[in-house]
Design a protein around this ligand. Sequence first.
Ligand SMILES: Nc1ncnc2c1ncn2[C@@H]1O[C@H](COP(=O)(O)OP(=O)(O)OP(=O)(O)O)[C@@H](O)[C@H]1O
Length: 693
Amino acid sequence: MTASHHAPQSRALRPTEPGMLPAPCDPAHVESIIRSHERCAALGLTRVDRGDHTPLIRTDLNLARERALRLHLHAAPVMELLLEQTMATQSMVLLTDTHGTVLHTVGHDGFLQRASKVALAPGANWSEASKGTNAIGTTLMNEAPTVVHGEEHFMQANGFLTCSAAPIFDPRGNILGVLDVTGDHRSYHMHTMGLVKMSARMIENHWLADDFHHALRLHFHSRPEFIGTLMEGIVAVGRDGRFLGANRSALDQLGMSCSALRMNTLGVLFGTTLGAVVDHFRSPMATPMPLQLTDGRRLHMRAVFNWPTWHAVGSLNVVDNDAPTAANVPQPASTGSFFGAASGARPATASDAATASASLSGLRYLQTGDAQMEAVIAKVRRVLNRDISVLVLGETGTGKELLARAIHQDSNRSRHPFVAVNCASIPESLIESELFGYEEGAFTGARRKGGVGKIVQAHGGTLFLDEIGDMPLPLQARLLRVLQERQVTPLGSSKSVPVDVAVVSATHRNLRDMISAQTFREDLYYRLNGLVVRVPALRERSDLMVIVHKILRAEANGLPPELTGDVINLLQDCHWPGNIRQLANVLRTATVMAAGEAFITREHLSDDFLEDVLRQRGERVAVPSVPQVQAADEAAPVAAEASPPATTLEAMEIETIRRAVDEAGGNISVASKRLGISRNTIYRKLRWRQGIA
Ligand SMILES: Nc1ncnc2c1ncn2[C@@H]1O[C@H](COP(=O)(O)OP(=O)(O)OP(=O)(O)O)[C@@H](O)[C@H]1O
């Protein structure tokens, strides 16, 4: 039987009580029901099926409830309130988890009894796969509020129901579960859906306030009287000015996804600073603060924060905002400013924000003018949402993970998790359980209740396998099986769990060489390399200064200091073995050192960085604070001559790392911070060096 035989017939969609039924003529609603029926038919369900009524066994239900305990705590009072509002309609309120398993119900005894006959009870599963088209399952599929009324239900046995459901999201955009009101179809009320949506928002707002009670929370709307209502947008902001999370109304008002928002700062998006916000709300009588978005729209905003924690931010920025500008401070000799006119420190303006608005979304954020990078992004865009695995190659710190995140963010999986696994940093003995999960008691030391593996955590979203070249051979075979069969069997379990993940992997290694050396499986390589892209090293890129600008804006929270010509030359002469990660570290330190000053000068740069660049230039190193350099100076008049100069970039990189480790007294963590590269990279590089020594 074809899908169209199962599509709802016009009889099912025709209103029998005009004005009282869920917008049957709304084309989007009809389309959504038809699509759902087609999915059910494709799953092999028929309209005369009664659905799987087997509830979870008690221990599994308890486990599911325990996992969703926090959701229930937030939802329980709202469910009671919702029941009160729908009292007249003989209905029940249900809460389900992300699989559609009913966790809790409240309702009228009479209706609860009838409902239990069609398995509307805790432990039952109401995903589409289990019960066909229904508000819970279809909401989970569409991640959008859905009404399913009477015969719109795929299974005729459920035709006596009318159900209105809305998804519940956390402030990072992950779906937590579904809230649903179900009743007898004869008691349908057109306002039920609105009540369910509002209730879901109440739960989301409680969750956000709970998650971010230490953060600064901004409540906003274009109309000041809407602040404090369920229509208000709420965003949480960290002490670095970055957005941490948001409610749905905020995302709707700002017109962006949660992940796009989280790549932004207060300065870029709202054109203000943490200090300005904290100072504005210093007074208990403060009126809402006016804001202007990058597209010129005006908003009104109130801030909620814990005063003892945040007051220092306010006073700090008062000093910052009053800091001398280029107009009243003599410019350093040989000043050349990358940022154009010598404007000095200045508040972010709407036009700054407008310039930045072009870079809000995932892949667009990475487009900063380098031709090689543009080619990478163009290729990646072509395979977005095509179920093609992407393999990202490139040196450490070039932005491989950032590219993977951007691919996820721009894909239609962006509302699902992005889960990163670093195969080099997890001890070999733990990779297996981390990736595949394990059953209770699967191995000595396993947690009592077992653990969900990263692959299952990424279900619906993207799995990022970083440093895939470091994955041990036996696990490569298991991973290949998972990718082929699209199911995972946790350690110690005989049951497989179906998974749907997009895979992006990355490595700095040459996998082809590894295949020749039989340390990487060829079949896995071909599974991972649907599209291979290479992220260029920073020294090969033509957009160094655009990236510098971008990082400075982010670091300075909208008030970037300028760079002297000397500093620009130093940045351009560096070979950047740690790539953008190292650059970001150098700029972060310089921004802190230059706090309150209009220009970053050579004095604000770290000695390590200066020493490296000067050595690379072959200039005399005049950094007195490093003992090794002094010793070398004693031995020879020019420091650069103290040891034979490294001849290749690779050798220079190793030399730089070795010196940093020596200078940190062998402390790899300190050296990795100074260099801006990961500890693993240091281990790897030095191990490699010993290998060839
Ligand atoms: N285009 C960019 N603009 C701004 N910051 C960037 C850019 N690319 C990378 N970064 C920053 O550089 C740092 C390193 O990036 P990322 O972790 O993605 O690199 P990587 O290649 O995956 O590194 P590794 O190989 O060590 O895992 C991060 O802090 C990231 O935010």
